[in-house]
Design a protein around this ligand. Structure first.
Ligand SMILES: Cc1cc2nc3c(=O)[nH]c(=O)nc-3n(C[C@H](O)[C@H](O)[C@H](O)COP(=O)(O)OP(=O)(O)OC[C@H]3O[C@@H](n4cnc5c(N)ncnc54)[C@H](O)[C@@H]3O)c2cc1C
Length: 500
């Protein structure tokens, strides 16, 4: 006899920062729920396990990128990738979460049945002897899959790249044995990854050139947080963490608001900082004066001004130009200048992808996320019993992803109290759309349409202000703009649809 299909109350997809945090919230706020985390890779940590390029680090402070319930105790506020991964491993081990994680298990597709009020998941399990497909059902599907493709990054078609005889490396797949000692390195890009790589490579390389198409804003922040360090010396760890976190919510948010509301002084501040660290007005004019306002694209961070100090030391330089074509020895630019290179690093961004490529359907009909609207930053119109966890792009990811998980727990508790088995947001007529990840960075714009959209105003946005998002997530009416159902319908009430 075939064994019965396993059923879970909640299936969490992904064991990165968001999935691990979601499991904590589910266990503490909905303790009776059965759940598992399904992770395509063989390890936890997502982003912080995948990216291994030299210098990889956060560009958010760790008091807000870490969880509110687990104090960040390492010295640096801007931390390297391996200490973030260590923090996540500690959380998983000490909360005994490993037994809930099914590694090497990728969600391939999920179909929601409005007859049973359940999702049927197709999961591909990779084993040394080959792959198998498993079927499982769940009542609520919580996608903590991040927002980009793990198999490939974004790499533009550079003319003549195939003729280049040196090494070409994408930061997403950094070869552990790449030797760049004494070599001419060109880093293509001007985002957070390029700004991190330049100082990290410059110590050993002969010279590092950052080749950017257009300038970005780079802000210098302290590697350590003096305020948090003082609190940690004087107070118990949990209290110090809470206060440091509160302060690091408010200060970056105030700066973000300044950038949005009064871009001129914000620009003047950023340029002034660059000028004082570089001591070279011409360089600031040529390479650090973007055409856009601060925070229209994610702000790059230089802990302790490392990026600027490296440029000032002549171990590295910036070139703002366009690539005409590659040659066997390097790159010819639109200006006619040639850059010699032994190693080219294409820090050209991520390839955005929802759900790690998994396909969704409702009653067998394909459900396109691109046609849907986000609700309270986490639910999705037209696709019942689905949460998609995304974080902030203007602040630490975790601040938002944790609010989303808490909102999902509130929704599940509300459904249990009322006896509902199906919940779906209902869009309002005439909504005006904006991309889900609302920044004008190239890689965001390129793939905006594959994600669900935001509307204008609550509850149709992924907020950008934690202080306003907290009351919405923790106190907002879970019934507003929602339709609820009870399925399978009780016999007497078959067909009755409860709309709250
Ligand atoms: C280099 C880099 C630096 C960053 N720095 C910062 C920073 O400083 N501050 C900040 O706030 N944000 C930063 N971010 C954004 C970052 O992605 C978030 O901070 C955070 O790590 C996202 O966590 P997540 O769990 O939501 O997604 P991820 O870390 O992407 O984890 C998703 C997990 O889901 C798994 N998965 C995906 N699809 C499937 C599927 N179909 N089936 C099973 N498993 C699946 C993946 O294997 C992965 O383990 C950075 C991103 C990058 C790439």
């Amino acid at each position: 006899m075939a064994s019965p299909i396993e059923h879970l109350d909640v299936a969490i997809i992904g064991a990165g920062l968001s999935g691990i945090g979601a499991a904590h919230r589910l266990r503490t706020e909905c303790p009776g729920k059965t759940f598992a985390l399904f992770e395509a890779r063989a390890a936890i940590g997502g982003t912080w396990d995948l990216f291994r390029y030299p210098g990889v680090r956060s560009d958010s402070d760790m008091y807000t990128l870490s969880y509110p319930w687990r104090p960040w105790t390492a010295p640096d506020a801007i931390a390297n990738g391996s200490s973030i991964l260590g923090y996540l491993r500690d959380e998983v081990r000490e909360s005994d979460l490993t037994r809930h994680i099914r590694f090497n298990t990728r969600l391939v597709s999920a179909d929601f049945s409005s007859l049973t009020g359940r999702w049927t998941l197709q999961l591909e399990k990779t084993q040394p002897e080959g792959s198998t497909v498993q079927t499982l059902t769940c009542s609520f599907l919580y996608a903590c899959t991040g927002y980009y493709n793990y198999s490939h990054g974004h790499q533009p078609d550079f003319p003549g790249l195939e003729s280049f005889t040196g090494a070409v490396v994408h930061p997403q797949f950094w070869p552990a044995d790449l030797d760049y000692t004494g070599k001419q390195v060109v880093v293509i890009g001007s985002g957070a990854t390029a700004v991190t790589l330049v100082p990290a490579l410059a110590d050993d390389a002969a010279h590092v050139t950052m080749l950017q198409r257009s300038p970005s804003y780079v802000v210098s922040v302290g590697q350590r947080d003096g305020f948090a360090d003082t609190l940690r010396r004087l107070l118990p760890a949990a209290l110090a963490h809470r206060l440091a976190r509160a302060r690091n919510v408010v200060v970056p948010l105030a700066f973000y608001q300044l950038c949005k509301r009064a871009p001129r002084p914000a620009k003047a501040f950023l340029r002034g900082q660059a000028r004082s660290l570089l001591d070279d007005d011409q360089q600031v004019r040529d390479h650090f004066t973007p055409a856009y306002n601060p925070w229209e694209q994610r702000l790059c961070v230089a802990p302790g001004g490392d990026f600027y100090r490296t440029l000032a030391s002549d171990k590295a330089s910036v070139v703002t130009d366009r690539i005409e074509h590659f040659t066997p020895q390097g790159i010819v630019l639109a200006s006619g200048r040639e850059l010699a290179a032994d190693v080219v690093v294409t820090a050209t961004g991520l390839s955005l992808q929802p759900l790690g490529g998994a396909e969704l359907s409702v009653d067998g009909a394909a459900a396109d996320l691109g046609d849907a609207w986000v609700y309270r930053g986490v639910l999705v119109t037209g696709i019942p019993n689905l949460g998609y966890c995304v974080g902030y792009t203007n602040a630490s990811w975790t601040l938002r992803s944790d609010l989303s998980s808490r909102y999902v727990c509130r929704l599940l508790k509300h459904m249990d109290r009322k006896g509902y088995t199906v919940a779906v947001p209902v869009p309002e007529p005439g909504m005006v759309s904006r991309p889900l990840l609302d920044l004008s960075s190239g890689y965001m714009k390129r793939s905006a349409e594959v994600f669900h959209r935001q509307g204008i105003g609550r509850p149709w946005t992924v907020g950008t202000n934690y202080l306003l998002d907290v009351p919405e997530a923790l106190l907002g009416d879970v019934g507003a703009n929602m339709a609820f159902d009870v399925v399978p319908a009780p016999v007497a009430a078959a067909g009755a649809r409860k709309v709250a």
